[in-house]
Design a protein around this ligand. Structure first.
Ligand SMILES: [Zn+2]
Ligand SMILES: [Zn+2]
Length: 87
C-alpha cells in the first residue's frame, strides 16, 4: 500500500498547522505583554501593570522607582490627583 508516503504528507501538513497556530498564539501573547507591561523609566526593566492603578513600582531592588504608567515618568502629585486610577 501507499500508506507510508500518504501518512508522511498528512503529518507534514499537521506540523504546519501546529506551527501556524503557535505563531498566532505567540503574536497574541506578545500583544498582551505590550498592553500590560511597560519598561521602568529609570532601569527599563519590564513592569507589569497591576489592575487599574496607574501607580507603578519597579521590582528591581537596586531601582524601586515609583512611577506613573500614564505619564511614563516618576510618580508625582499631578498623577496622584489626575489619574491614580484608570477609568
Ligand atoms: Zn526600575
Ligand atoms: Zn501620571
Amino acid at each position: 500500500t501507499a500508506e507510508g508516503s500518504g501518512g508522511g504528507t498528512e503529518q507534514a501538513y499537521r506540523v504546519d498547522e501546529r506551527a501556524a497556530e503557535l505563531a498566532r498564539w505567540e503574536e497574541a501573547s506578545k500583544d498582551t505583554i505590550q498592553k500590560t507591561t511597560k519598561p521602568c523609566p529609570r532601569c527599563h526593566v519590564p513592569v507589569e501593570k497591576n489592575g487599574g492603578c496607574m501607580h507603578m513600582k519597579c521590582p528591581q531592588s537596586q531601582c524601586r522607582l515609583e512611577w506613573c504608567w500614564h505619564c511614563g515618568c516618576e510618580w508625582n502629585r499631578t498623577c496622584m490627583g489626575d489619574h491614580w486610577f484608570d477609568v
